[in-house]
Each structure stands twice: as structure tokens, then as C-alpha cells.
Write a protein that binds this ligand. Sequence first.
Ligand code: HEC
Length: 223
Amino acid sequence: MRYFYLGFILTVATIIGLLGFRGGMSRKPPLEIFPDMVRQAKLRPQTPSDFYKDNWSSRPHPDGTVARTKPYMIAGEQLKLDGKAVYPYQETPLSTGRINGTTNFTELSPVPVSAKLIDRGQERYNIYCQPCHSPTGNGQGVTGKFGVGGIADLHSRRIVEMTDGQIFYTITHGSPTGLMGPYGPMISVEDRWAIVSYVRALERSQLATMADVPEADRAALNK
Ligand code: HEC
């Protein structure tokens, strides 16, 4: 047992001797058994370097970089809520689809609906949603033939009765069951609201009544 204690103390002392004083001050280079990427080749910002052609270590922003301080734009115009510009870092119904400080969805889209917005929504819908939900939104999209199951019919009563905020939330985070994945990372906030407006237009198209048909054309339909 005595030898065990002796061995144990020696082992502990050796380990502490080798590893224990990391971070301590010494003029000698440290013995690093596991350097853990502490030191690696890198360029300091704003310093000259011949690695890149322009001899600068700092790189320009990639094309399309958006400053945090840039307010939301909808269809080329700055969007205002209560007369104020809205920024991506703020918690607003615009970026969450929910009433601030609650988990309730906003009843109506905070974005003023215009023909331009719906056109944009149609274009984005046809790229992102149509493969599953079909051009008309009835859930018979082409992916159904390749094994995607249970695609929702956007004209079903439950979805027609959903609030705009909930549809925005569904696009952002996917469906509650996870059968539909989240599209927030691919579709900008502005485009998500545009899609919501187009989904509403699609739903309206299926709910039309005779009263929506111009007087002059009703006779042709009644035949
Ligand atoms: C990969 C296929 C796929 C794509 C793409 C897709 N969806 Fe879905 N979506 C589904 C499926 C499957 C369901 C049914 C999910 C469920 O029952 O949980 C669904 C359900 C929904 C629902 C109802 C959610 C609920 O709470 O029941 C809405 C609204 C919806 N989708 C809108 C959209 C919109 C808008 C887009 C385009 C941005 C889109 N979906 C893109 C497959 C897709």
C-alpha cells in the first residue's frame, strides 16, 4: 500500500508538472501536450498581408451582406409599423408573427397588401411551396408522387381559418408535427409575408361566390 501512495503521488506530481501550469508566466516556451488549437496560423484584422492580391488581411463583405442597422424593406419601400421603421434585431410581429410578449399569433399581416406584394408572393410560392402544396395549394404537388406524405391542403377549413401570423410562423418554423420543415432560413421575412398574402389569395380564389363574378358574366356561368 505504501508503494501505491508513493506511485500515486509521483504520478499526480508528474501530471501537474507537465500540464498544470498552463497560463502561468514563464520566459521559456511552454510544453504543450494538447495545444487545443490555442495557436494557429491567422491574419490580424487591418494589417498588411501578402496572402491576398490586394495585400490586406481584412476581406470585403460578401455581396448581399445586410447591415443589422438596415430596416426592413417590402417591395422596394421601407416598411413602417406605427409610423416607425422596423429593424431585424427588434422583436416585432413582423419578424415573429406573434403579438409582442405573448404566444398569440397576429390576426392580420403587418405588411400592407398590394398587387406587387402578391406577385412577389406568387413567385416565391412557386419556388418554395408549389412542389409540395401544388400550384393551386390543394396539397397534390409533384413531391407527393415521390413519397412525401400527408401534405396539407391549404384550402382545408383549419388552414383557411388560421391567422396570418400562424401561416408566417409555419413557414418560418415548419409544421408542429415536423412533417413540413422550416423555411425561415431560406426565405427572408419580407418574402414570407409576401407568400402569406399569396396563400390568402389562393384560398380566396376557391371561396369565390357568384357575387364575385361581374354582373355581365353571370349568365354565362349559370348555364
Ligand atoms: C417538402 C414539402 C413541403 C414544402 C416545400 C412546403 N410544405 Fe407546407 N406542408 C407540408 C406537409 C407534409 C404538411 C403537413 C404537415 C403536418 O400535418 O404536420 C404541410 C403543412 C402546411 C401548413 C399547415 C400547417 C399546420 O399547422 O397544420 C401550411 C400553412 C403550409 N404547409 C404552408 C406552406 C407554405 C406557405 C410553404 C412554402 C413556403 C410550404 N408549406 C412548403 C409539406 C411542405
